[in-house]
Design a protein around this ligand. Sequence first.
Ligand SMILES: Nc1ncnc2c1ncn2[C@@H]1O[C@H](COP(=O)(O)OP(=O)(O)OP(=O)(O)O)[C@@H](O)[C@H]1O
Ligand SMILES: [Mg+2]
Length: 422
Amino acid sequence: MASEAYLAFERADELVASQIAAELERNSWSVIRSGGDTSDSDAALSQTIGNASVVICLASAAADASTTLPREIAAALNNGRPIVTAKLGDLTAGSWIEATLDLSRAIDLSNGLNPEQLGQIAEAARMANGQGRVIAMLNIKGGVGKTVLAANLFAAAHLADKRSVSFIDLDPQHNLTQYFLAPAERHRLRDSNHTLYGVLTSRGDASLPRGEFEAISVPLNRAKRAGKMPNFDLIAGDERLFEYTLDTRSDRDKAEAFTRFRALIAALRARSEIVVIDSNPCATFLTRLAITTADHIIAPVRPEKYSLTGLNMLEHVVREVRGRPLRPSEFSVLLNGVNDRTRSSETGNADALTREEISSAPFFGAALLPDEVPYSAVLRSPPTDRLAANPINITAMMRVGGRPAKESLARAAAGILRRASE
Ligand SMILES: Nc1ncnc2c1ncn2[C@@H]1O[C@H](COP(=O)(O)OP(=O)(O)OP(=O)(O)O)[C@@H](O)[C@H]1O
Ligand SMILES: [Mg+2]
């Protein structure tokens, strides 16, 4: 099936839009054109745009005055679609396009459209489509294994399948950063604002220039022969991220943080097959960043009562943020901590009950992964003495013992990546 490109433009720019559509079709895209007069409801628009692999936005003075284009771009942003912008001329003062989109990489068509620029647009669309997948670990319920599984599932994908992986620690508690890095290194990163906080913050001393976003990722596989391996790295978090969970940040700060976060995601997607976001267990602005940029969501659940409540809430939050229901293919539920012998003899029962409850639930049944992760000492706690030398050594795959856990992590990771690339 041809990938879909959604072309968002105002009717005044129709001529240019037709030429771009023809070029994209020559490059095997199936093109959906808006033409500035869509009467679709927001939900229908989110549905259509959520299905597109890329959105091409024609930015112009006419587009600035449009009433439909802002809805289309909002749907694209809420659904994490990559946006390629072509600028047809000067925008109006106080332009919403300028305030909403990162125009530093916009393709400039102000002097007309020539074959070279048409080629650039097709190439930008191809690049945006062919890049890494963004996977978010999410559950409104806390303590279900989001962080530990983020580290260990994707260490398995890196070690067993040679996948390149970039982590982003979006949780103010920054447990993923603590999991991998020793205190001295964490403090150094924090003090130089080489953390996600520096990325999100657009003004003041803590703000990181955009050109440095990629450079702040910390390698987590430091073995000598790791030079030959694909990258495995982390954008660290720190506790100051909490500012974005409260009302202390203005709407303008949050809008800028959103644009800067998208720029970080674009840079990481360009170099890693998998970008993994670990997030906080609630629904805040930070959760919104994860939901809007994720191609695939993984919700770990523990075999216990009320696990379906957390999932139901998560589905609700995602629907609210994206403006459309989740598709089962965008979502995996991973049962974590089965066969826990440290618990009472009822554990086996709890495993079966939870499995049964989720698999018979209307939506989640289709998302439940066949592979489960057992309760295991190699996942319970990292061995602190090996922290400093090479972070990847603390992951289950590198540790002695824990064979069932290792096998199930590698299987679950492969299953998730298959689903995420559908
Ligand atoms: N399969 C497992 N076997 C043993 N221990 C586990 C397993 N999965 C998670 N744990 C342990 O459970 C605790 C909670 O896990 P983790 O911190 O990953 O959850 P979380 O969902 O990220 O929590 P939070 O919502 O606070 O971010 C940790 O101590 C972790 O080591
Ligand atoms: Mg966590």
